[in-house]
Design a protein around this ligand. Structure first.
Ligand code: ADP
Ligand code: MG
Length: 703
């Protein structure tokens, strides 16, 4: 029997929750803090001091020795710098553990080495962190002890965002403000804010740690750079939702417990399509908390894997020819008085509001498809998007049969009185149907799918922060709401104006709606006819950030300044170049120090055999043929290695970051592929005993 754990007690036990605050803070301070959490504003230093003391006492009682401002620089992961609570001893030599309000709300990590894309010259390198009061502080426990982590935003001296969180928070405010105008127009005047909610489904691979440690490519690049396919792949689909093996089960159990302690609502777990691939989904929550929690999920996945003798791979494509990993970003908007704007609703009024919201989102996604595509790009995701397995690189929207039909009717006749689901037609408005929730939506190939009461943005990469996709989503939808509200607030006849606007938006932007198979070649051609952008790689998506359209959007809602956007562009090019450089160097290293020597040794054995067999007077033609085949491929490999080395050298000499990034994409990556081909062919014919690294079969079928 396994030991019984009280999950209710365990849940959030490492979080400075509202309940803990209520218990530990004076009533008026608690009220002040929660008011600011809910409505915004700034804590006074006096209040911050009280909160800091309570937080420190709670943390110390739970074993904490240090605190950190936990932030999310442009590396896409999180950063922390620990400070202990130790203070200067008094005259008697006694030391008191201390933590002030000032230390709680503001930090100066002097984190000058993080990418900033030129926003910070080193002479003013200081970056500042500011407490994100809406995301709860928590305790992280590892070999360094227990650390109090305070979620923060990270800015330059002049207030420019140096992280992923600041723009996200700005975008949440923008979409709230604009969405409120819409719900107010529909009579919901009690709502005081609209919250973006996010539920990310996280895919991951688990491999045996011993084998992982024998693969420099997994260690340095997080993905295999060599590797012939295993005899069996995912063709039998026996892994998807399959029974969870003991070792994996023990891991998942442990992972859940750790996440629950951190207040992460780990909810769903299952095996994914590829062997050794799995998924975890939490329950959705406010966007910035979901972003923080997703970072904790990724971190905890890696940490717990170590305890079970495994390594968790979050890379988007750890194995060629096997499904990659993504992150389905489920997103919706809800008012603080309980109305989900993406829920078709039960009353005519709610229905019309829903159709307007839908029309606005369709417009936003069509107008800014390029930005949405950009927000889901990272180096690893280039192997997925458009690579015939994941959503294509073309943005389109899946609405489901019922909704698509409504849009069609509205566009064609200006009326939509028929409802496919056979639901009751009781909108009270003859031109708009009553909508029943369509539960049959299961299009898995659409990058942006409506799934009942939320949109599921499926392009996002498994290792990426979900901050950017949600920042972009909030921003583009805020703009569409703003433009709609500008018109509707001035309308003489609101009902007519709404109807006309919905029809106009559907008509003008219907090209973005696509309910068919997003993986097909026909769609690529069709999308081109429709004029939809097909941006094939991460770096080709980079300059969408600074088009006039993008700058206007982001500046209008105070989400990014032009300088911030330009700095991000630079960081993206740099990140791309650096990542491919690491991959190329790793390949060169493995090829010259592991694979080629192993094959050379193997050919020596073969040559000896040929001579011995011939001397013994027997036919050595099989051995000789094999020797010839292996030697030929070895020559090809050696030539390819030299080519890659040459390309690397050229890449290193390019000064302009953009040119360099493109050189890596167009030249270095091709040289990498050319080196991989003969190596993988050799792996298929060389004796397994001499092959220097674990194979795909070893890695994905023997976890
Ligand atoms: P699927 O069938 O795609 O797995 P689920 O209902 O399991 O769908 O939801 C997947 C994710 O979507 C979960 O994280 C869930 O909490 C989240 N989710 C559900 N409803 C909403 C919503 N209204 N807004 C945002 N996320 C949501
Ligand atoms: Mg899903």
């Amino acid at each position: 029997m396994s030991e019984v754990v009280n999950i209710e007690e365990l849940f959030g036990s490492k979080v400075f929750t509202r309940a803990t605050m209520k218990e530990r803070l004076p009533k008026n301070v608690y009220k002040e803090v929660t008011r600011i959490m809910d409505q915004g504003g700034e804590l006074t230093l006096a209040t911050a001091d009280v909160v800091a003391k309570a937080m420190k006492d709670w943390a110390v009682e739970n074993g904490a020795t240090h605190y950190t401002h936990w932030f999310q620089p442009l590396t896409g992961i999180t950063a922390e710098k620990h400070d202990s609570f130790v203070s200067h001893p008094d005259e008697s030599g006694k030391m008191m553990m201390e933590f002030s309000g000032k230390e709680l709300i503001k930090g100066e990590p002097d984190a000058s080495s993080f990418p900033s894309g030129g926003l910070r010259a080193t002479f003013e390198a200081r970056g500042y962190t500011a407490w994100d009061i809406t995301s709860p502080a928590f305790l992280k426990e590892d070999a360094t002890g227990v650390i109090l982590c305070i979620p923060t935003a990270f800015c330059s001296y002049k207030g420019e965002a140096l992280d992923k969180k600041t723009p996200l928070l700005r975008s949440m405010e923008a979409v709230s403000e604009q969405a409120l105008r819409i719900v107010h127009l529909f009579g919901n005047t009690e709502a005081t804010k609209v919250v973006a909610s996010v539920g990310p489904e996280q895919e991951y691979f688990l491999v045996d740690r011993e084998k992982y440690l024998k693969r420099p490519d997994l260690i340095f690049a997080g993905r295999t750079l060599f590797g012939a396919p295993a005899p069996k792949g995912q063709e039998l689909e026996d892994h998807y939702f399959g029974t969870i093996r003991e070792r994996i089960g023990a891991y998942m159990k442990d992972l859940n417990l750790e996440l629950w302690k951190l207040g992460v609502t780990a909810k769903t777990q299952h095996n994914e399509v590829a062997p050794a691939q799995h998924e975890l989904a939490p329950i959705y929550e406010t966007a910035n908390i979901a972003v923080d929690h997703n970072q904790l999920v990724m971190e905890t996945m890696k940490k717990v894997a170590g305890r079970h003798g495994m390594t968790c791979l979050l890379h988007e494509k750890p194995f060629a020819g096997v499904n990659g990993s993504g992150k389905h970003n489920n997103w919706s908007l809800g008012t603080d008085n309980g109305v989900n704007l993406l829920d078709p609703g039960d009353t005519p009024n709610e229905n019309i509001q829903f159709l307007l919201v839908l029309a606005c989102i369709i417009k936003a996604v069509d107008v800014h498809a390029d930005l949405l595509r950009q927000s889901a790009s990272d180096v690893g995701n280039d192997h997925r998007l458009g690579a015939n397995e994941a959503p294509p690189a073309i943005i389109s929207i899946f609405l489901g049969e019922q909704l698509e039909d409504v849009v069609k009717q509205l566009v064609e006749t200006g009326e939509a009185s028929r409802c496919l689901e056979g639901g009751k037609l009781m909108t009270g408005v003859s031109t708009l149907p009553d909508l029943a929730k369509d539960a049959t939506d299961r299009n898995r190939t659409s990058p942006f799918a409506f799934t009942g009461n939320k949109f599921e943005f499926r392009m996002v990469g498994s290792s990426d922060s979900i901050a950017s996709p949600n920042t972009t989503l909030n921003a583009i939808v805020a703009e569409a709401f703003c433009e709609a509200a500008d018109i509707l607030e001035k309308a003489d006849d609101f009902d007519v104006a709404v109807h006309d606007l919905i029809k106009k938006y559907f008509t003008e932007h219907q090209r973005i709606i696509f309910n068919g198979n997003g993986y097909s070649d026909e769609w690529v051609a069709e999308a081109e006819r429709r004029g939809l952008p097909n941006i094939k790689s991460m770096i080709e998506a980079v300059d969408t950030l600074t088009t006039d359209k993008a700058v206007k959007l982001f500046e209008k809602f105070g989400i990014f300044t032009k300088a911030e956007l330009e700095s991000r562009e630079e960081v993206l090019y740099e990140t791309y170049a650096k990542t491919i450089n690491i991959e190329a160097l790793t390949m060169i290293d493995m090829a010259s120090k592991q694979i080629i020597p192993a094959v050379v040794k193997y050919t020596k054995g073969l040559a000896d055999t040929v001579i011995a067999v011939k001397e013994a007077g027997a036919d050595a033609s099989v051995q000789a043929d094999l020797l010839k085949e292996v030697s030929t491929k070895l020559t090809v490999m050696k030539t390819a290695l030299a080519k890659l080395e040459e390309a690397e050298e050229k890449a290193g000499a390019i000064e302009n970051v953009k040119d360099q990034a493109f050189f890596y994409k167009d030249v270095v990556r091709e040289a990498m592929a050319d080196l991989r081909t003969p190596a993988d062919e050799l792996e298929m014919i060389v004796d397994k005993k001499v092959w220097p690294i674990p194979t795909y079969g070893d890695l994905i079928f023997e976890v």
